[in-house]
Design a protein around this ligand. Structure first.
Ligand SMILES: Nc1ncnc2c1ncn2[C@@H]1O[C@H](COP(=O)(O)OP(=O)(O)OP(=O)(O)O)[C@@H](O)[C@H]1O
Ligand SMILES: [Mn+2]
Length: 421
């Protein structure tokens, strides 16, 4: 889909590389590579138009469609996640933008990953006195979100895996980022810590530390660079106020959706039901922090929504957040494929908590500790029930109002989704 051009390595000539193969030239996250270094740390590129010669990250990029990031039963998934989990990290630099510390890591085959470190214990519940916008991000939430999104049949979260990273050998020693390197220190008990530079949580008090050098982290595969596949960012109509005292309009106006349905791009095509899909995901994992979402510009308005940035999900298992479901309650509309999938995941043989537990046990960090604790898994099935009840209530209301739009949006004909696990 992306016409990918551009060759940058001194070693690689146009004849060695097929015209569709790429190494982005303008990627600001890619460290400047000296000619003498390239041979040591990066593989000698021998890719051509034959799929078998292409590294998994490139196959992933080339496989993105208008409907999904990767196909159902993707043969590329195993090698892709395997490489994220095991390949040698040849560079780690800070990623600018956003409020929290993140790194972009590079691999010898030019693949890249977005790194988010473990900041708190896995089963720690979010402090009740913290507003959602002050909550820390969780590396296991990024991983669990990828699994949940896949189980829901969406395939809109970039694949993410857990990995134990050696903060000295795999970050400090290989970074070309001076500002990052300067923030490393030894903690009083001898663990190696660093904090980086960012707008909020980057100070000695917010340092992330290895034990003594090993640090748990999530690594998500990087999307194609912006210079190749531009993305558009959309403000969520149900965005929270991000203020301690103000409410947003949707919180007080039960008819809020009437206007949203008249407003482009929600007035046409699938955008509204695509948004509801995202809302269902967020309610299940209790993510309050969905202020924006992104789409690939190339695919226009009738395309899937990228479900990026899930670090604030799975913060609390003992409480649900009904306000996250407000768009479903207020709009009373959901894709048929999503509704069928949710009903499937409520059956005893495909119970959402069991499917998630099994799926997460494939992650490399499962050996260290389960990615989600049992109370979090139990919360999933409780919340799934709430979603299905909300749809039923909409259908009840619909019966009394014959002029109303159907609750179930029929997408089975125009949307190639599979309905098996
Ligand atoms: N897998 C990915 N590949 C490429 N870019 C990504 C990926 N995931 C996220 N991004 C981009 O990086 C930006 C920051 O990431 P993210 O939102 O996860 O960080 P954050 O620190 O939580 O940001 P914020 O504080 O704004 O919520 C996002 O706006 C998104 O465009
Ligand atoms: Mn965030």
């Amino acid at each position: 889909f992306w016409k990918i051009f551009g060759v940058f390595s001194h070693k690689t000539t146009a004849s060695q590389v097929s015209p569709v193969v790429v190494i982005p030239q303008f990627d600001k996250h890619r460290p400047k590579i000296l000619e003498s270094d390239t041979q040591d740390i990066y593989d000698n590129v021998q890719w051509n138009s034959s799929v078998s010669s292409q590294p998994p990250w490139l196959r992933f990029h080339l496989g993105i469609t208008r409907w999904e990031l990767y196909p159902h039963r993707d043969p590329n998934m195993e090698p892709l996640t395997q490489q994220l989990a095991t390949h040698r990290i040849v560079s780690a630099v800070q990623k600018s933008g956003g409020t929290q510390l993140k790194l972009v890591m590079s691999f010898p085959n030019y693949g890249q990953a977005l790194f988010k470190p473990k900041k708190q214990e896995r089963d720690e519940e979010t402090n009740y006195n913290l507003y959602y916008f002050s909550d820390f991000e969780r590396h296991n939430a990024e991983i669990a979100a990828f699994h949940l999104d896949r189980i829901l049949g969406y395939r809109r979260v970039p694949p993410a895996v857990g990995r134990l990273v050696d903060v000295v050998k795999e970050i400090k020693d290989v970074t070309t980022d001076r500002k990052l390197a300067k923030t490393f220190f030894n903690s009083p008990v001898g663990n190696v810590c660093f904090y980086g530079q960012c707008s909020y949580y980057c100070s000695t008090e917010h340092a992330v530390c290895g034990t003594p050098q090993d640090l748990e982290a999530s690594l998500a595969v990087m999307l194609p660079d912006m210079s190749l596949a531009k993305r558009r960012s959309w403000r969520s109509p149900w965005r929270r106020s991000y203020s301690r005292s103000k409410l947003a309009q949707w919180e007080t106006d039960p008819n809020y959706c009437v206007n949203v349905k008249k407003t482009p791009p929600y007035d046409k095509g699938t955008r509204l039901v695509d948004f509801i899909d995202l809302v269902v995901l967020d309610f299940l994992m209790s993510n309050l922090d969905r202020h924006h979402y992104e789409t690939f510009e190339k695919f226009g308005n009738n395309t899937f929504l990228l479900h990026l940035d899930n670090g604030r999900a799975f913060g609390r298992h003992s409480k649900d957040e009904p306000s996250i479901l407000a768009p479903l309650r207020q709009c009373c509309r959901i894709r048929r494929s999503t509704w069928l999938r949710l009903r499937l995941l409520s059956l005893p043989q495909y119970h959402i908590s069991d499917v998630m537990r099994a799926s997460l046990s494939q992650d490399p960090l499962h050996k260290v500790a389960p990615l989600l604790s049992e109370p979090h898994l139990a919360a999933l099935s409780r919340r799934l029930k709430t979603v299905l009840e909300t749809v039923s209530r909409c259908q009840e209301q619909h019966k009394d109002d014959p002029g109303a739009e159907d609750v179930i949006y029929d997408d089975l004909a125009d949307y190639p989704r599979q309905h098996h696990i």
